[in-house]
Design a binder for this molecule. Structure first.
Ligand SMILES: Nc1nc2c(ncn2[C@@H]2O[C@H](COP(=O)(O)OP(=O)(O)OP(=O)(O)O)[C@@H](O)[C@H]2O)c(=O)[nH]1
Ligand SMILES: [Mg+2]
Length: 526
């Protein structure tokens, strides 16, 4: 697979001046003056673990192959005296990294918004944009050309619908971003779950076009389902981007904007996103690029006087990440690069340094970290919780582990299990009893499971267990149950690490959402 150099991702070394220098460049000239390239839309897909097919990050550009560029010797600053314990000046990128997932009902404009951000960040060159315009016209989908930046497959372009989560990167002066563009169609919810499980922030795209908001917000529309899932998957902050404000049926109407916010706010509250504290609302027009990077002009929208989308994201803080706790990287994907075994994932906890000895569980395979490449194609020596990383590993082959496994601290590993106790809300299942076999989604893992025992119902008001024994459960119940997985997996209790302790049960649609309250180490069950 070919790789492309990304103009916005010049080599940032860790010194303050260099970071500043590079960010300054990004801000001013580099995006427009350097040679640009595409997001590698022709890229062939990797071979993945069939268990994790929902998580295939289409559009993913693998780590750079810097054949010609020899790795620079890691020099210390000439005059700086290095502490005896400090081996070398470690390379890091100090800008905060945010994973943003774009969610929302089909055709709300998620891919168009993603494409617009990338184009306006200078990540796509003019020739490629023109190519997309021509292709979209040939398919009678003229307005879809921006979506083609992220919708790379023929099927997606033909139907005008995202099928698999696409992944892309851009940077601003203060932050590094990974965009995860989820599909809106209900058939692809498992893929959306895969994207959202890696995200810190969700941008919920809502079409303001007359009729489209209403359809998306219906009971079985994906506006509701995606928002509920985002909350379950650990997303704490939501940006509600009211899109298509330029549509003739909307025409930047404040009344329409207020109507949508008025209708959707009680729903946000009901799923746990406080509209005042955890949601930022803003009007946008992704297709014409208004209020995305630059604020919408007063002549177009005189009543909106606040931040643009990128300004909102740049100011957003997702709270302190736990970089001191034991390392946990749920693996999204694996591949070979120039003979090396590479695992891709997001560091959910801890930090990883070149030279570390790590363990891949539940496989119990030891490996050494040879090289770390951030998803922005920048090689570093250390990466921290929140970073998306490509970890080059020595001592293991791609056949030795699966997507869904976890790279963890060798001395403080995550424990393989096949049984756990989960507390969950039944969303959409008329009735079931012990023996029910849905699919379990937890972090990047997708695996068949059996509910082996219904332990008790939980009182919705007090959160306490109810004393009566139960034989079955139905939609609306919150229950505690024992769940057994088909193969060993690694998870954490919710109270230990939320991102690895939330789960969904699915059977075509989302049946239940919940948290892991107890785990039974595999050794004891064997
Ligand atoms: N008028 C107008 N149309 C828009 C805007 N944003 C997106 N659209 C149109 O909405 C249609 C759907 O856009 P997509 O970006 O493919 O929507 P999506 O949310 O990614 O859809 P799925 O991937 O199928 O869930 C396209 O025709 C876009 O041109 C906008 O700001 N204004
Ligand atoms: Mg799309």
């Amino acid at each position: 697979m070919s790789t492309t150099e990304n103009p916005a991702q010049t080599n940032t070394q860790k010194t303050e001046e260099q970071v500043e220098q590079v960010t300054e460049q990004l801000k001013t000239t580099s995006l427009t003056t350097k040679p640009k390239s595409t997001l590698n839309p022709e890229a062939k897909e990797f071979t993945f673990n069939p268990n994790a097919v929902a998580f295939i990050p289409k559009g993913f550009t693998p780590a750079p192959k810097k054949e010609t560029k020899k790795e620079e010797p890691k020099k210390e600053e000439p005059k700086k005296k290095v502490e005896s314990k400090e081996k070398k000046q470690l390379r890091m990128d100090t800008r905060e990294h945010l994973n943003i997932v774009f969610i929302g009902h089909v055709d709300a404009g998620k891919s168009t918004l993603g494409g617009r951000i990338l184009v306006d960040s200078g990540m796509v060159d003019q020739r490629t944009i023109e190519k997309y315009e021509r292709e979209a016209k040939e398919k009678n989908r003229e307005s879809w050309f921006l979506a083609y930046v992220l919708d790379a497959s023929e099927e997606e372009r033909e139907k005008g619908k995202t099928v698999e989560v696409a992944r892309a990167h851009f940077t601003t002066k203060t932050k590094r971003y990974t965009i995860l563009d989820a599909p809106g169609h209900r058939s692809y919810v498992p893929s959306m779950i895969g994207g959202a499980s890696q995200a810190d922030v969700a941008v919920l795209v809502i079409s303001a076009r007359r009729g489209e908001f209403e359809t998306g917000f219906e009971r079985d529309g994906q506006t509701r389902e995606h928002t509920t899932l985002a909350k379950t998957l650990g997303i704490r902050k939501l940006v509600a981007a009211i899109n298509k404000m330029d549509d003739p049926t909307v025409n930047w109407s404040k009344e329409r904007y207020d109507e949508i916010i008025g209708k959707i706010s009680p729903f946000f509250k009901s799923v746990g996103f406080d509209p005042k504290k955890s949601v930022t609302f803003l009007p946008v027009a992704a297709l014409s690029g208004q209020n995305i990077h630059k604020r919408v002009s007063e002549s177009v929208c005189p009543w909106y006087k606040s931040d643009s989308l990128i300004e909102v994201l740049d100011k957003m803080s997702v709270g302190k990440r736990n970089t001191e706790a034991p390392l946990r990287i749920p693996i999204i994907d694996k591949y070979k690069d120039m003979g090396s075994t590479v695992a891709l994932g997001k560091i959910e906890q801890g930090k990883i340094t070149v030279g570390d000895k790590v363990l891949i569980n539940p496989q119990g395979k030891e490996a050494e970290v040879l090289k770390i490449v951030l998803s922005q194609e920048e090689e570093v020596d250390v990466a921290l919780a929140g970073d998306n990383v490509n970890v080059y590993l020595k001592g293991v082959d791609t056949g030795d582990f699966l997507a869904g496994d976890v790279i963890c601290d060798k001395d403080n590993p995550c424990i393989p299990i096949r049984e756990f106790l989960g507390e969950f809300l039944v969303l959409d299942k008329p009735i079931f009893s012990a023996g029910y076999k849905p699919m379990l989604h937890v972090h990047t893992q997708v695996v068949g499971c059996t509910i082996t025992r219904l332990v008790s119902k939980i009182d919705k008001k007090t959160g306490q267990r109810l004393p009566d024994k139960i034989k079955y459960a139905k939609s609306g119940d919150i229950i505690l149950a024992k769940i057994k997985t088909e193969i060993p997996i690694c998870v954490e209790k919710f109270e230990v690490l939320q991102q690895m302790g939330r789960f969904t049960l699915r059977e075509g649609q989302t049946v239940a959402i919940g948290k892991i309250t107890g785990i039974k180490p595999l050794k004891k069950t064997a």
